[in-house]
Design a protein around this ligand. Structure first.
Ligand SMILES: Cc1cc2nc3c(=O)[nH]c(=O)nc-3n(C[C@H](O)[C@H](O)[C@H](O)COP(=O)(O)OP(=O)(O)OC[C@H]3O[C@@H](n4cnc5c(N)ncnc54)[C@H](O)[C@@H]3O)c2cc1C
Length: 215
């Protein structure tokens, strides 16, 4: 009997594969898809289930790299923005959406703080544009009048409110569904995915006589 490509347990495992992926969270699923789509034979195993680990407990944000920019890590910031765009526009537009955030310019926020926040949003938008992500996917930030803020966030205190800043980032509908979708796509490229298959030890010494895995 041929097992389906996603199956529990260790029955009928292939003797040899080009790539063994241990752990099918978002990293493992992505590695499996990348390798399988390049024509490599892939076995991806998880001790529990797909997305059993942190990949189903994230904040579901798809950051565009602003935090890296703040640390001066330009390359990583740009790469994050590019990957965000790919996820939102190519890989999983059905599992992502734009998430608005409103920064109120309340009486307690000084003009300097407001200007800094505005500069941060502007830098984030520069990253979006440098990654060629459409403003339809992630709108450009803008200033809101006090009347617009009232409409969007009626619970905010209005005394001394000078308006607000509106910014956008990406958000996943469901992080576990993303992992499952990527893993299933990997299987369509020929990867075998096994759940309830714990790797106890591995010998990854490719020069050695018997590279292998203990389950
Ligand atoms: C509270 C929180 C919020 C976060 N928010 C965000 C966010 O908003 N945006 C963002 O991009 N990132 C966020 N992250 C980070 C993100 O969730 C992680 O970077 C990501 O989930 C890591 O994925 P992973 O596949 O490497 O690991 P995991 O998802 O932990 O997957 C590891 C898998 O390996 C399996 N495994 C372990 N040992 C074995 C073994 N011996 N044999 C077989 N399988 C094994 C486990 O069962 C598990 O399924 C957040 C993380 C946390 C904790």
């Amino acid at each position: 009997m041929t097992l389906p490509r996603i199956a529990p347990g260790l029955a009928d495992l292939p003797d040899r594969v080009d790539v063994l992926v241990v752990g099918v969270g978002v990293t493992g699923a992505g590695v499996a898809l990348d390798a399988a789509s390049r024509g490599l034979s892939v076995l991806a195993v998880d001790a529990h289930d797909l997305a059993f680990g942190t990949s189903r407990w994230s904040s579901k944000l798809v950051h565009g790299g602003l935090r890296y920019l703040a640390n001066g890590q330009l390359g990583v910031a740009h790469e994050s923005a590019v990957e965000r765009g790919i996820l939102m526009e190519v890989t999983a537009p059905h599992l992502t959406h734009a998430l608005p955030s409103v920064i109120p310019l309340a009486a307690s926020v000084t003009r300097t703080q407001g200007t800094l926040a505005h500069a941060g949003l502007w830098a984030g938008d520069l990253l979006r544009r440098s990654a060629r992500t459409s403003s339809t996917t992630l709108p450009a930030p803008r200033r809101l009048t006090a009347t617009e803020v009232n409409r969007l966030a009626p619970g905010l205190r209005t005394d001394g409110l000078r308006g607000a800043l509106l910014g956008w980032d990406g958000q996943l509908e469901d992080d576990a569904r993303l992992v499952v979708t990527i893993a299933r796509t990997a299987t369509q490229h020929g990867a075998q995915v096994r759940t309830r298959a714990r790797v106890v030890s591995m010998n990854a010494d490719l020069e050695g006589d018997a590279p292998g895995v203990r389950w």
